[in-house]
Structures are given as C-alpha cells and as structure tokens.
Design a protein around this ligand. Structure first.
Ligand SMILES: [Zn+2]
Length: 283
C-alpha cells in the first residue's frame, strides 16, 4: 500500500501528462446511439463517412481488418471483392472467417459479409466473388473510396489505374512479416501507386507474363503474415480512408512500418514522369 506522500507524488506524476483542458472537461454522459463516441471526433466528418460507399478489394488478412473498422464507422454501403475461398491457413489472421467456412471452402467475400452483418446491421454489405482484374473503370467509378488489400502487384496496378482514371481515391496497403506499407492516392493531382514502382518491381511483373501477355505459372512467394501487423496496417488504411471521406485528403504520402525496429515513417511521393497514368497530364 502507498503511503500518503507516495500517493501525492503518484497523483502529481500522472496529472502532469494530462492536458489541462482534459482535466477540466466534464465526463461525457453515458448512452447515446452506437456512433455517439465516433461522432464527437472533431477531426473527422462523421456524416460524410456515414453517407459513403466504399469498396474493399481483397478479403485476406488486411481486408478483414479494414472491413471491420469501416463497418464500425457505419457507411451507407461496403462492397467486398475477392475470388478466393476460405482456407484453414487463413484462420491465423482473418477473424471474420470461421472453421466452418474453411472446412466448407466458402467464398471469402460471402463469408466476410455474413460476419460483418452481425457487427453492424446499419450497413449494406455486398460480396463480389470475382477477380479484381475483371472489374473495369465503370465499376470503380461509383465509390467514394477504394481500399486495396491485395497480395500482388498486378492486381494493385489494375485497381490503381482504374481508380485514377475514374477520379476515385485509392488507399493501397501491403504486408510482409513485421513490415507494412500504406499509400494514399488522390487523383488527379497526386502521384499514384505505379509512380512508386521501380525497375525491380517491373522485372517481377515480367516474370509473371509471357510475351503473349498471358500469365505464366511461376509460383508466387508465400508472404509471411503476422496478425498484429495486419491489424496495425489495416487500421492505418481505415483511418486514411476516414480522413479522405471527411474531405481531409493527404495524398502523395506513403507510410512505412517496421515492427522489428519500432519504426514508422511517413514519406512524400511525387509523380513519376514515366508513369503511364499521367501521360496526358504531364505533356
Ligand atoms: Zn503514376
């Protein structure tokens, strides 16, 4: 048990880190609707988020985390795109899926929508069980934001390009073990995902496509995934989406995280003159 002096010292230390305005603020009343605490986050425009239509491309580790966060905001509609089915190996990082989903080989988009409806019945959820490469500009043009939770460069390039020409903001996320990355693309002025690719990335793409343009059967590297880093990167993507939908876009930025080094950095990205998506604009 603390002595009187020790107790005073503890109070002194704990209060010196709390801003004065917070100490003087009345305790908020309990109750209210399910959005009562989100609505009073003044940095966001909750009503704009509530009226938005959002697409999440990919329902894997990142997609699960992004979908959960976006569902809690209560947008008008959330569309989930994934052509894969739930596998037992997904259960280590995808909390929207059940063992039953994995054993029955249920589609990820369908399984995710069922879980999400239990999280927030205010939102209209639509699962699209198809390859994102089959979706065109007209499909992406109806969204207020598209969030990419994809596992390969080619799918990212496709979604990035279609969103760019449709004028729809795109938030791309990627994971590799304890590291992750988030890029915010706001057309038409901002740099896009393709602007950030270097010659090595393009070589990887070349390996996947033969001279005829058809995809070859070279196996992809199995990317390590850790649930805490998936949650963290998915949360950064969700917050960036909420800021974008609130009219507080911060394009031309990329955030890198390294969980082994306790390192998070935000860097600026610029339009790459050689990028196909800015051909008309930079002439
Ligand atoms: Zn570009």
């Amino acid at each position: 048990m603390l002595s009187g002096n020790e107790r005073d010292r503890t109070t002194e230390i704990s209060t010196q880190y709390i801003p004065g305005w917070l100490m003087n603020d009345p305790v908020p009343a309990a109750g209210g609707d399910r959005y009562a605490r989100i609505r009073i986050v003044t940095a966001l425009d909750f009503e704009r988020i509530r009226h938005s239509t959002i697409c999440v491309a990919g329902a894997g580790a990142l997609g699960n985390e992004v979908l959960k966060n976006m569902a809690l905001y209560g947008p008008r509609k959330l569309v989930v795109v994934d052509n894969d089915s739930v596998d037992l190996s997904n259960l280590g990082r995808c909390f929207l899926f059940t063992e039953e989903d994995a054993l029955s080989g249920r589609g990820k988009a369908d399984a995710a929508c069922e879980s999400l409806r239990r999280i927030n019945s205010d939102v209209e959820f639509e699962g699209r069980e198809c390859d994102v490469l089959e979706l065109d500009r007209a499909f992406f043009s109806v969204f207020d934001a598209v969030i990419g939770c994809l596992d390969n460069i080619n799918a990212r390039l496709h979604v990035n390009s279609n969103c760019y020409y449709a004028g729809v903001p795109y938030i791309d996320g990627g994971l590799d073990g304890l590291t992750g990355r988030v890029q915010v693309v706001v057309p038409p002025e901002g740099a896009c995902y393709q602007c950030t690719l270097n010659a090595s990335h393009m070589k990887v793409l070349d390996r996947y496509f033969s001279c005829s343009g058809r995809e070859t059967n070279i196996p992809r590297r199995r990317v390590p995934a850790e649930p805490s880093v998936s949650a963290l990167i998915g949360s950064i993507q969700s917050l960036e989406a909420a800021k974008l939908l609130s009219g507080k876009a911060q394009g031309d930025s990329m955030q890198f995280y390294d969980g082994a080094m306790n390192w998070l950095e935000n860097i600026s990205v610029a339009i790459e003159p050689g990028c196909d998506n800015h051909g008309e604009m930079i002439k």
